[in-house]
Design a binder for this molecule. Sequence first.
Ligand code: ADP
Length: 310
Amino acid sequence: MKVGIVGAGMVGSSAGYALAVMGLASSVVLVDQNHDLAVAQAEDIAHAVPFLSSTIVEAADYVGLAGASVIILAAGVSQKPGESRLALLERNAAVFKDVVGNVLAVAPDAILLIASNPVDIMTQITQRISGLPANRVIGSGTILDTARFRSLLGRHLGISPQSVHSYVLGEHGDSEVLAWSNAKVGSLSLADIAAQVGSPITEHVRATIDDGVRNAAYKIIKGKGATYYGIGAGLARIIKAIARDQHDVLTVSCVTPEIVGVKDVALSIPRVVGAQGIETDLMPDLVSAERDGLEKSARLLKNSVESIRL
Ligand code: ADP
């Protein structure tokens, strides 16, 4: 399978590296308006490939994306000093108008995988610009937040995160909702497993894990300026579900006709992902506080999208 990546910055190149490590794609093509950067990133990743897999990694112009099954959109501009969030959003929307037009001209059948932030809003904008069916425009959403939630819960309980089934819903951002009420480990509820292993989930533990998930990116940005390895691997994980038609349950973002009473909004809930993109939504049962939180998150995203001039 051929995978395209538009935006060869930290996130795009990390996704390219993760794809090469996992050997998921026969070919990865990097495109960036800064072509020299795309060439440098492609060569650096290509030099790692002999130790990892047989993926061909190269830089190209948009025409090089022809035939790609999935194209990651990781292009974007960063906030100028004093620039409002809305002004930044409008500039990124303009970048995407350009990028999505160029991509669709050469790869009209590709699934688009959005990584640029704010990812839920960029996903909704991309769906609107592209006119593609919503299930083929997928945002990385809370895939990473869910991974962090599972990892922190698993660490507390002494259980592999891969055996922890818990989800972060809503916006990839401050209003996200950790769905504690339906978290399971194996087939046990959290209360049961916590009692069994003797590690109770106290209010303090909950608050610490909530903070660890919600503020992880802020802490990393404070220390090193940006986050990219985690999301790079998360993007590759979504592509694995598509490439191998795995029907995996992942928390990804997608324009959804209705969620907790809010119509036509992109956010994350668990969804089944396979070769055709998103196949089914799996809306979890929530307690009322979680439901209210999700509704708040959905309304916030919807209001942001409606305020953008395209
Ligand atoms: P991140 O950390 O999100 O990856 P970067 O700034 O490192 O952010 O990367 C964003 C990349 O997007 C940059 O390499 C930039 O050149 C690229 N980019 C910005 N606008 C466009 C565009 N219109 N077309 C293609 N690439 C673009």
